[in-house]
Write a protein that binds this ligand. Structure first.
Ligand code: F6R
Length: 609
């Protein structure tokens, strides 16, 4: 939530910062702003709404400087307005900051500062920080920031510049991501890697408690007590092109179409179907650790939680380990039974989701073994978990998660089969069969994507419906939840996912010709059961869109529309059924003219509770 960026070097800082903000816009998009130092004055441009408004402002009134900071906002304290947009300055316009996070004690700080006759001009928690820095300022910005940080409670990634010290950016991190990009004669700060990829791949991931002073040719990282900290410079493998649309109309569509590659990349060098072997280098559990595991908790939010729900079927059926799945925001408050025999797996694309991070910390505090499934290298969750298995998806920019979901499923398949192999709960023959099925997934997804337009043709019939029901059973029940989530978040249509067997216990009352039902009806042990559920819907005048396996003739006579997907084993099927559900939501959203990549009220990375 919220993206920050800063630049110092010989390019025009306003350009670099603005381009960086464009890459960070998915983190928040209700207002944005840039501050630079020109001569010995601060120049600030801010505007409400998307970055195109700030762009107009910058065109109308350009600024040119070699140092600048910028922010794209997802409002927490104070409505989206120009006054509340960052950057924020002190009352004398000497110091200016951008901030991602929440200052929990801002109200008491504000009260104190107001008594000292410091004039506030916004409703934000952030403004207290800049007034405090000014209060402590005595010709040394770094020291003033250090003193200020000691008074803050909460989370922050901060970028600060001062008109009287125009050769440095000071930045600090506590529970919100912050990266320093190392260039030649220029340096950067940013909330994430993708903002800096066009300029450098050499990055320092700041740790909690780090405060850094950055000039164009030097980076010094210290802690809050002013002691030097040594931080490794990491070389990032992603390239700038991965964060571009590459000819697709939307990031979401590009990311859907990337899935054959991202799934394959996630499997590569980790599964060996001919030998019936899985080798996930990052996970170093010994066999005795695995035998000791009495149960697994899988914890995540939103789409990541849905991937977790699928994993329960895999851990229980393949590895015979009892598994519970929890929404992170519930897990941490419900006093779960945790001890050193419990493995807690946290799932997060961004690796920065506040609730998931808190769940991980709770698990660690209780002595659990911990494992993260993450997409972002160097993210907070990946650094704090004992082990991390990365999904090799590259940057996911569309706010609605697509390729990260199938990447997470890919990791869960491998992990469950690895555990099963080590616990000998599956035979080598069974392992080989599942691994072979997995190996074929990228090809099958590719095959389905070649007929993606058929989903568009069906979606056209339904774009004006106000409500949808999604039904699934067994391992595809979580997919019904995920399909409904995709539709509601990007097209603002009300949609509910249900376990199809639950229909008779209430939801069937909703069925009429105005309530389309998306039913996942792939071939499985319980295929006939879902067919019965479809018949029940049809008997009450409902309209059914079925997702079925290629070659299923029966389903066509039972449903109004069928989306055929390549057939696969029922346990493996969710990684394929996900694709038509994503496309269906996408095409409806496009036809309604919604903002597919940046749906209202959402942000990609939810770094506040
Ligand atoms: C939905 C979506 C969200 C995220 C959730 C968790 O399409 O993207 O529900 O899945 O906010 O985010 P991560 O995976 O970054 O922890």
């Amino acid at each position: 939530m919220c993206g920050i960026i800063g630049y110092i070097g010989c390019q025009n800082a306003a350009d670099v910062v603005f381009k960086g903000l464009k890459r960070l816009e998915y983190r928040g998009y209700d207002s944005a702003g840039i501050a630079v130092i020109v001569g010995n004055k601060l120049q600030i441009r801010r505007s409400v709404g998307k970055l195109c408004n700030l762009e107009k402002e910058l065109k109308r009134d350009p600024i040119n400087s070699n140092i600048g900071i910028g922010h794209t906002r997802w409002a927490t304290h104070g409505k989206p307005s120009e006054e509340n947009a960052h950057p924020h300055t002190d009352s004398t316009n000497s110091i200016v900051i951008v901030h991602n996070g929440i200052i929990e004690n801002y109200a008491e700080l504000k009260l104190k500062l107001q008594k000292e006759v410091r004039k506030f001009s916004s409703e934000t928690d952030t403004e207290s920080i800049v007034h405090l820095i000014k209060k402590h300022y005595d010709k040394d910005l770094f020291k003033a920031v250090l003193k200020t940080l000691k008074e803050l409670k909460g989370s922050y990634a901060l970028g600060v510049i001062c008109k009287d010290e125009p050769n440095k950016i000071v930045c600090a991190r506590q529970d919100a991501p912050l990266i320093i990009g190392i260039g030649k004669g220029e340096n950067f700060i940013a909330s994430d890697v993708s903002a800096l990829l066009p300029y450098t791949r050499n990055m320092i991931f700041l740790e909690n408690g780090d405060v850094a002073e950055i000039t164009e040719d030097k980076v010094v990282v210290k802690n809050i007590e002013n002691s030097i900290q040594s931080r490794e410079i990491k070389n990032i493998k992603w390239n700038a092109m991965q964060s571009e649309k590459n000819g697709y109309k939307h990031f979401m569509l590009k990311e859907i179409f990337e899935q054959p590659r991202t799934i394959e990349d996630t499997f590569r060098d980790r599964i060996y179907p001919d030998d019936g072997k899985v080798c996930i280098e990052e996970v170093k559990f010994k066999e005795e650790d695995i035998i000791k595991i009495s149960s697994i908790y899988v914890v995540g939010c939103g789409t990541a939680y849905h991937a977790g729900l699928v994993s329960k079927f895999l851990f229980e059926n393949f590895a015979k380990i009892p598994t519970e799945v929890d929404v992170a925001s519930e897990f941490k408050y419900r006093n779960p039974i945790l001890n050193n025999k419990v493995l807690v797996i946290v799932v997060s694309q961004s690796g920065e989701t506040a609730d998931t991070l808190a769940a991980l910390r709770l698990a660690k505090k209780n002595g659990c073994q911990t494992l993260a499934v993450c997409n972002i290298v160097g993210s907070s969750i990946s650094r704090e978990a004992t082990y991390t298995i990365y999904t090799h998806c590259g940057p996911e920019i569309g706010v609605a998660s697509t390729k990260a979901f199938t990447g997470q499923l890919a990791v869960f398949y491998m992990l469950a089969l690895d555990l099963a192999s080590k616990k000998r709960t599956l035979t080598n023959k069974e392992l080989k069969r599942y691994l072979k099925e997995l190996w074929e997934v990228p090809l099958k997804v590719n095959k389905f994507l070649s007929i993606a337009e058929t989903v568009n043709d069906i979606a056209k019939f339904f774009e004006h419906k106000k409500n949808f029901l999604y039904l699934g059973r067994h391992v595809n029940y979580p997919l019904a939840l995920e399909g409904a989530l995709k539709l509601k978040e990007i097209s603002y249509i009300h949609a509910e996912g249900y376990a199809a067997g639950e229909m008779k216990h209430g939801p069937i009352a909703l069925i009429d010709e105005f309530m389309p039902v998306v039913a996942i009806a792939i071939k499985s042990k319980i295929y006939e059961k879902i067919i019965s559920n479809i018949e029940e819907v049809k008997a009450r005048g409902g309209v059914v869109i079925a997702i079925a396996h290629d070659g299923d003739k029966k389903i066509a006579s039972k449903s109004d529309h069928v989306i055929y997907v390549p057939s696969t084993d029922e346990f493996i099927s969710p990684i394929i059924t996900a694709i038509p559900l994503q496309l269906f939501a996408y095409y409806i959203s496009v036809s309604l003219g919604c903002d597919v990549d940046q749906p209202r009220n959402l942000a990609k990375s939810v770094t506040v509770e």
